[in-house]
Design a protein around this ligand. Structure first.
Ligand SMILES: [Zn+2]
Length: 279
């Protein structure tokens, strides 16, 4: 679908609003349709989020931040000013701006779970892109498997976040954590990079037919609709498809290791990351 605001019914009482921002970012707003409360994930800018919350007459109760980059937190101050009671959830290592001195942050350690109204969110350690990065998985009930995961800049369609602060081995651990999630989980990432990532992935010459088909399918849409690659929405990503086609989740695949001429997982991952960084 073409880039634009859209909504997705997650559970009977929970709607996810996807709000495009900047050139290729996605911001997320979860709406509790029973209590008329809202939770925002990575509000990179406030205007569109403010407009959505007020037009629906919602009360913002949570702001959840995956990491400290400006395009993920730029709207926090304005939203905090309007809803000072909203809980600000971030990682233990989160680097808050100086101007946030008086804000009370709820620092959640990995594996910690918290209630999002009737549902449960769980914190995942995905440090690598930055050294304060977390992802959040969402389950309908505390005991049920996660249906959705908000990954920020740790994982993208056919890609992963660049290493601004962390090491290759740290990022590989982060991706191992994500790859363990259920195959049918919906993945909500923070940027639309899928087409470019796939084009670069193909150049690794793994000879991966699922990857080739995914690229062809996507290129067909882009050509037909005549849109820029980042203007074609590919979320939610699907873990099964990512495992099959995302070279950053295939560090231990013999076919990819063969193309790179190694038997080592970290060497494979490092090669793929370094290769992607050239484009
Ligand atoms: Zn980032």
């Amino acid at each position: 679908m073409r880039r634009g605001r859209f909504q997705f019914q997650i559970y009977s009482d929970l709607v996810l609003h996807v709000v495009p921002g900047f050139k290729d970012n996605y911001f997320y707003l979860l709406e509790n349709t029973e209590t008329h409360e809202a939770a925002v994930i990575d509000p990179g800018e406030a205007a569109a989020i403010l407009e959505l919350i007020t037009s629906k007459n919602l009360e913002l109760t949570h702001m959840i931040l995956t990491h400290h980059h400006a395009d993920h937190v730029g709207g926090v101050e304005q939203l905090h000013h309007k809803w000072p009671g909203a809980m600000l959830v971030c990682s233990p290592w989160f680097k808050a701006k100086q101007s946030w001195n008086e804000f009370s942050l709820t620092r959640m350690v990995p594996a910690q779970q918290f209630y999002l109204w009737k549902h449960t969110m769980r914190v995942l350690d995905v440090r690598g892109h930055t050294i304060d990065h977390i992802a959040l998985s969402l389950s309908e009930k505390k005991s049920s498997p996660p249906s959705d995961v908000f990954v920020g800049d740790s994982l993208f369609g056919a890609g992963c976040g660049g290493l601004f602060e962390g090491s290759h081995s740290q990022m590989l651990e982060a991706l191992k954590t994500l790859r363990k999630l259920p195959e049918n989980i919906r993945i909500w990432c923070a940027h639309e990079y899928t087409l470019k990532n796939l084009r670069v992935a193909i150049m690794l010459q793994e000879n991966n037919s699922a990857q080739k088909e995914r690229l062809q399918r996507l290129e067909k849409f882009i050509e037909k609709e005549q849109v820029e690659p980042h203007d074609w929405v590919t979320i939610p990503l699907n873990m099964k498809e990512e495992r099959a086609t995302n070279p950053f989740l295939r560090w231990d695949e013999p076919s990819l290791q063969k193309a790179i001429d190694t038997h080592d997982d970290l060497t494979t991952f490092t090669h793929v990351r370094t290769f992607r960084d050239r484009f």
